[in-house]
Design a protein around this ligand. Structure first.
Ligand code: PRP
Length: 208
C-alpha cells in the first residue's frame, strides 16, 4: 500500500487526476465530502488530503510515503525528503517585489515582509544584505503599500495582484512547480513501488 499526501485545493485535484490517469484511481477522492482519508485496495493506494504547507512534514515524518508539494514549500520547510519528479504543474515564481518606483536605501537594513522567512533569509544572506524580516500570513502585497516593509518576498503567478496594486517584480529568486517527494526511509523498503509510480507519472506529465 502506498500512502500519498495530496495538497488540498486546486493543485491537489490536478495532481490526483494525474495519479488516476497513471493507474492510481481511488473512489470518491474528488467528491464533496469532508473526509480526509481515502483507500483503494485494488489500486494499492491511500490518499490523505493535507494542507499544502504541511505536506512536507507528513512525508518527512513518514506517515505518508510520498506527497506533492510546491518547490516554495520545500525550500521554506527545509524538509529532509527525496525530490523525485517535477510534475510541471502549479508553476509560478518566488520573487522580490515592491511598489513601482521604489529605490532601495542601502544605509539601513531592508525591511522584508513575507510568508517565507527562511527563503528570504537565505536569499539576502547570500547577498550579504542585512534584513529585518516581517513575517505575515497573507495579503503580503499590503505591507510595502502601507509602509510596513520596503519589499516583499512572495509568490508571483499571473502577476495580476502586483499589477492591480501598482507594484512590480524587482528580482526573481527561483521558479516554482509541484514536486513529487518521498520519505527517505520508506523509499528504502518501498523503492520498487515508488519508482514504478514515478515511471507511470512521467507518462502523464504536461508538455513543457
Ligand atoms: C498568492 C501570493 C500572491 C498571489 C500571486 O496569494 O501570495 O498574493 O497569490 O498571484 P498572482 O500573481 O496570480 O496575482 P494567495 O492567493 O495564496 O493568498 P494570500 O494573500 O492569502 O497569501
Amino acid at each position: 500500500m502506498l500512502n500519498i499526501a495530496l495538497p488540498k485545493g486546486r493543485l491537489g485535484e490536478k495532481v490526483y487526476k494525474m495519479l488516476e490517469a497513471a493507474g492510481y484511481a481511488c473512489k470518491d477522492v474528488l467528491g464533496d465530502s469532508r473526509k480526509l482519508i481515502f483507500t483503494d485496495e485494488r489500486s494499492g493506494v491511500s490518499y490523505f488530503w493535507v494542507k499544502p504547507s504541511d505536506v512536507a512534514i507528513y512525508v518527512e515524518r513518514g506517515v505518508a510515503d510520498v506527497g506533492v508539494a510546491g518547490k516554495d514549500i520545500l525550500a521554506e520547510s527545509g524538509a529532509d525528503v527525496y525530490e523525485l519528479l517535477d510534475l510541471r504543474i502549479g508553476r509560478c515564481k518566488m520573487a522580490v517585489a515592491s511598489v513601482n518606483g521604489y529605490r532601495e536605501d542601502l544605509s539601513r537594513p531592508l525591511r522584508v515582509a513575507t510568508k517565507f522567512p527562511h527563503i528570504a533569509a537565505a536569499y539576502y544572506g547570500g547577498k550579504n544584505r542585512e534584513i529585518d524580516i516581517i513575517k505575515l500570513y497573507g495579503s503580503i502585497e499590503l505591507a510595502p503599500i502601507l509602509g510596513l516593509s520596503d519589499v516583499i518576498v512572495d509568490i508571483v503567478e499571473t502577476g495580476s495582484t502586483l499589477r492591480e496594486n501598482n507594484m512590480s517584480v524587482i528580482e526573481e529568486i527561483f521558479p516554482i512547480s509541484a514536486r513529487l517527494i518521498a520519505n527517505k526511509a520508506c523509499y528504502k523498503f518501498k523503492g520498487g513501488e515508488v519508482d514504478a509510480a514515478v515511471e507511470r507519472l512521467q507518462k502523464e506529465l504536461p508538455d513543457d
